[in-house]
Design a protein. Structure first.
Length: 291
């Protein structure tokens, strides 16, 4: 029974990690930005969903929509108010802009954390599940919401795949990730493409944040850990590699689940960090990365 419980819980949390980290790797792959405020966007979505759905009493679905909208706004604010001004600044040498963006997004994440703690609470909260109740799977009682989370996450990732591989805007995003200069020479505005990718990122972060909040709960103090988990997954899988991110998400998710069940929940993050250090020594480009 314990093995099946680990298998089910590990699959759900791994799928959530994959969805959250995909947005992180998408931003880096297209615009070259490592957004260290990533955890902040996830928690913004979860906290707003909790506030609207539970605290104000509007129900799970309105709460989820509010959380999604909040994450999109936070994503566009991150790009328009933090990243874009640095990228366009003439006072910052081009070779130093990446470092400035890293620092700025890190500080932005801290600001989001403090703002959420002040406006709401720094205590963990749980978002109302979209569907309540449990189901029996071979003797293991499993929340229906847990299964729904995995279904929604994979459906969203499938839609993302279709968008990137079957639409014109998706092909432009791919082109921007491969050779942005050539895309500019063809007459496309990179600023518009980057705005679109940050909008998509906001949708992914919003859905992942709401689902995460309904599964594990969340709070403003969770922001550094969520950013760290996404960063670990993306680096482990290979920066900019979507397939590597998916693989790494399931590796990290199951390692954390095994550690929580068999050793201690307080140590669940440690094995994944050890694995990351080993991979960085043996294969610095990650599992499926090329650089």
């Amino acid at each position: 029974m314990l093995a099946l419980q680990i298998l089910i819980d590990g699959f759900a949390i791994s799928t959530l990690y994959a969805l959250g980290a995909l947005g992180f790797t998408l931003i880096f792959g297209v615009s070259g930005v490592l957004n260290l405020a990533h955890g902040g966007l996830l928690v913004v979505a979860a906290m707003i969903a909790w506030y609207v759905g539970t605290s104000l009493g509007h129900g799970a679905y309105w709460g989820a929509l509010a959380g999604l909208g909040a994450a999109i706004v936070a994503s566009l604010l991150t790009y328009g108010g933090v990243v874009r001004p640095i990228e366009r600044s003439r006072a910052i040498p081009p070779r130093e802009r990446e470092l400035f963006v890293l620092t700025a997004t890190l500080l932005w994440g801290v600001m989001i954390q403090e703002a959420l703690a002040y406006a709401f609470t720094n205590s963990p909260v749980t978002v109302k599940p979209l569907i309540a109740g449990t189901i029996n799977i071979l003797g293991v009682r499993t929340p229906i919401n847990e299964l729904l989370i995995a279904i929604i996450a994979w459906a969203v990732m499938g839609c993302l795949w279709l968008l990137v591989n079957r639409t014109k805007i998706g092909k432009r995003l791919l082109a921007a990730s491969i050779n942005p200069r050539a895309l500019t020479l063809l007459g496309f505005e990179l600023g518009t493409i980057y705005l679109v990718v940050w909008l998509i990122y906001g949708v992914l972060a919003g859905i992942a944040g709401v689902l995460l909040g309904s599964f594990l709960g969340t709070g403003s103090d969770y922001i550094p850990d969520l950013t760290g988990s996404a960063f670990t997954i993306v680096v482990l899988g290979g920066l900019g590699s979507v397939s590597g991110t998916l693989m790494a998400a399931y590796v990290v998710g199951y390692i954390e689940t095994l550690t929580a069940y068999l050793i201690s929940p307080s140590l669940r993050d440690v094995p994944a960090l050890i694995l990351l250090i080993i991979v960085l020594y043996v294969r610095p480009q990650g599992l499926l990365g090329r650089r």
